[in-house]
Each structure stands twice: as C-alpha cells, then as structure tokens.
Design a protein around this ligand. Structure first.
Ligand code: ADP
Length: 398
C-alpha cells in the first residue's frame, strides 16, 4: 500500500509518498507560494531520478496537488506509474477540538466537524481543509484520513485541561487546554517504550518536543496526562518567537501604554517574542549558541531561560505522574543540540539522571543518552509525524 501524506498550510504544502510494505519513503517535496506564483521542489528517493526544483504556476492548492501528482507519476521524476498506485491520502489537521480523540476516515460529516473547529485554529484548519478539497478535486474518491495534532492530548483529565475561568466559557465556548504536537509526542513515546523493551502501559514518560515551536507532554501508561501548550500553541515554554506563559495583565499594560490593537499585540507575542525577543539575535538556536559563545549576554539569557523552562515543566510532570521512567528529546533542537540536552539534564540531578557524553554527541539516530545505571533513562528520538500519519491512514483504510 502506498500512502501520500499531506501537510497543507495557507500558502505551502508539504508531502511524502510512503510505501507501507517496508515504510520506505519514496518521494518528498514542498509546494511554496501557492496563490502567489508557485514553486515546487520534488525529491524522488527511489531509483536514480533527479530532483525537480522549479517555478510552477499554483493559483490554488488544486494546481499544487496536480503538480505533485504529475511529478510523482512522470517518466523523468516519478516513483509510481500512475495515480492509481496511490492507495490513500493522510492529511495532517491541526485542530480536532474535543470531537476527535483519534484519526478518522474523511467524509462529509468529518469535514463539517473540522470546519466547526476553525474558530480554534483560524489560520491552520482552513488551510488543512483546502488541502483535503484539493486532493478530492484532483484524485477523485481515493480514501483520505485526517490525523489531528490535538488528538493524542484528549486523554488529559479535566483537572489538567481546565482553565480557572468561569466554567461557562468551557461549556459554551470550548475554552480549555487542547495541546499540540500530539502526533510527535505519540510517535516518540511509543518508540521510547519499544527501545526500553517495556509496554508503554507501564511507563511514565516526559516527551520534550523542542523545535521552532516547543511543547512538553507527560505520558503516563500511554496516555497524555498533561501538556504545556494550551488553547493555542502560544503558551508553555518560551519558544523560537512565541512568548510562552505570560501574565494576561502584561497584555493589558502594554496595549494601554502603546496603543496596540489586539492583533498587533498577538503578533508581538507570536512572532517577536521567545528566544528571539530576549536575545534580539535570532530564533534559531544555532545562531544563539554562536552569539552566546561570542559573549552576547542576552543570547545566553535566552538559552538559559529556555533550558530552565524545559526543566521546570518537566519537574512538574514528574510530580504529576508521581515519578518518571524516561525523558525524550525530539524535534530540531532536541535532536541536534547536544548542549541544550546536557544543560537541561543538569537540572535532573535530583532524579539521579546521568548523561553519557559520548552518546549525547551522536546525531541522527534513536539513541539512549543516559548511562545504563541512570534510574531515569534519557533518549534522543528523531520525530516522524509523517510516518504516524501514514500508519494511521493504512490502519483505517486497510
Ligand atoms: P518546526 O517547529 O518549525 O518544525 P524544527 O523541529 O524543524 O521546527 O526545529 C527548527 C529549529 O531547530 C531551528 O529553529 C533551530 O533553532 C533548531 N536546530 C536545527 N538544527 C540545530 C542544531 N544543529 N543545533 C541547534 N539547533 C538546531
């Protein structure tokens, strides 16, 4: 079975074609500037085919999908003979609200329910729906599955997901913590259990997804019991450009003082804050590391704040789960930045965590970076959200 995985944004669309016989990645690519002019980078990964990297007109997502199918099936760049070889499509959908606690086969009713979640994710869900409709346009009645970023977190108990605001905002408006990066937390926690040779139902795991956006999840016996992102992905840890946790009073103070509109204020908190805002240097941890080495104190502060917050939230999850068996690092920073991992692990002395520096210096593979005798095991596991989407799609369609 061959599955096309689609992650549609408002003006971009990422895709992977995966052969589920051996879970081999056959091709991947990115459409950009959809609705503006259009550019496609298509990389075949089987056979000896060249990369296609050129402008292609894409007035809408439908032309983007058509261009993707054209390249996947073309004699020069293709990896399958025809569209018929693509058995199903798996779509990443950001917000499933309380309606979706797992992946589902897409039908009209499901599409309506995804539409109903648009107020919770006004930028992302419409783009995801556009991607689904574009596939329907181009690929006809091929079965499609929706995999939600929020779904894995739906097991959180109400004491963890409720905000302490008047209860009717939850009842009437769905105001609560939803959490994001669920597909990533799910993948790495399952893989961690596999690596430990234990059923996930017997483990207490803290999953640290540290990328441009960052979140932690406490996964107890295979179920999320808490996570750091909330109603939106703005809160929790300080991130690349997002502020993380913030006293709402600061918003009122700054809006009054500088006359910002709420949109301007949220733009500052989403795009100009986090480690970028603190350092004034960059949102990229590589740039921050370099600047800190060169003596830039604000870059050092930004990094220290990030490490501190990861450790502090992880500590609260150890308390919430009454212990922890394993801590996982994943995503851009978690997978690549050994300094970040080492600095964060220094806070875990009280848990007895011991890092093996040699293992911590390894890159690009699933690896345990704690010593054998460390009572809490620490892992680096490169995330693979596309593979989870493909597996769910296979299981549902299969
Ligand atoms: P996204 O949240 O956009 O999916 P990623 O998980 O790809 O982000 O993470 C992107 C971030 O990973 C970059 O902003 C960069 O800070 C960080 N990163 C990537 N490689 C390294 C590295 N070698 N060292 C430190 N940080 C890195």
């Amino acid at each position: 079975m061959k599955i096309l995985v689609i992650n549609a944004g408002s003006s971009s669309l990422k895709y992977q074609l995966i052969d589920m016989e051996n879970e081999q990645l056959m091709a991947k690519g990115l459409c950009e500037r959809i609705g503006i002019d259009g550019h496609l980078k298509h990389t075949p990964l089987v056979g000896d085919k060249p990369v296609f990297n050129e402008d292609v007109p894409m007035p809408t997502h439908s032309e983007a999908i058509a261009a993707v199918i054209d390249k996947l099936t073309s004699a020069e760049y293709g990896v399958v003979a025809s569209m018929k070889e693509i058995d199903a499509v798996g779509h990443r959908v950001v917000h499933g609200g309380e309606k979706f606690a797992s992946s589902v086969l897409i039908n009209d009713e499901v599409l309506d329910a995804i539409k109903e979640c648009i107020p919770f994710a006004p930028l992302h869900n419409p783009a995801n729906i556009t991607g689904i409709n574009a596939c329907r346009d181009v690929m006809g009645d091929v079965p499609m599955v929706a995999v939600f970023d929020t779904a894995f977190h739906q097991t959180m108990p109400s004491k963890a997901f409720m905000y302490a605001v008047p209860y009717e905002y939850y009842e009437n408006d769905g105001i609560r913590r939803y959490g994001f990066h669920g597909t990533s937390h799910r993948y790495v926690s399952a893989r961690c259990a596999e690596m430990m040779g234990k059923p996930i139902e017997e483990l207490k795991i803290i999953s640290c997804h540290m990328g441009n956006g960052s979140s932690l999840a406490a996964v107890k016996n295979g179920k999320v019991v808490d996570t750091s992102m909330g109603f939106t992905p703005l809160v929790g840890l300080p991130m690349g450009t997002r502020c993380g946790d913030l006293d709402a009073g600061v918003i009122q103070f700054l809006m009054n003082k500088y006359g910002y509109s709420i949109d301007e204020m949220l733009n500052i908190l989403n795009k100009k804050s986090g480690v970028l805002g603190i350092s004034g240097v960059s949102s990229d941890f590589r740039d921050l590391g370099k600047a800190a080495e060169e003596g830039n104190e604000r870059a050092s502060l930004a990094l220290d704040m990030f490490y501190y917050w990861v450790a502090k939230v992880a500590g609260s999850y150890a308390a919430a789960m009454n212990g922890v068996d394993a801590i996982i690092f994943t995503a851009g920073v978690g997978e690549n930045d050994q300094t970040a991992r080492a600095e964060i692990c220094k806070y875990f002395g009280y848990l007895g965590v011991k890092v093996n520096p040699e293992a911590n210096a390894t890159r690009g593979q699933d690896i345990m970076i704690s010593t054998e005798d460390s009572p809490v095991k620490v892992f680096v596991i490169p995330t693979n959200e596309e593979l989870v989407i493909a597996r769910d799609t296979r299981d549902i369609v299969g």
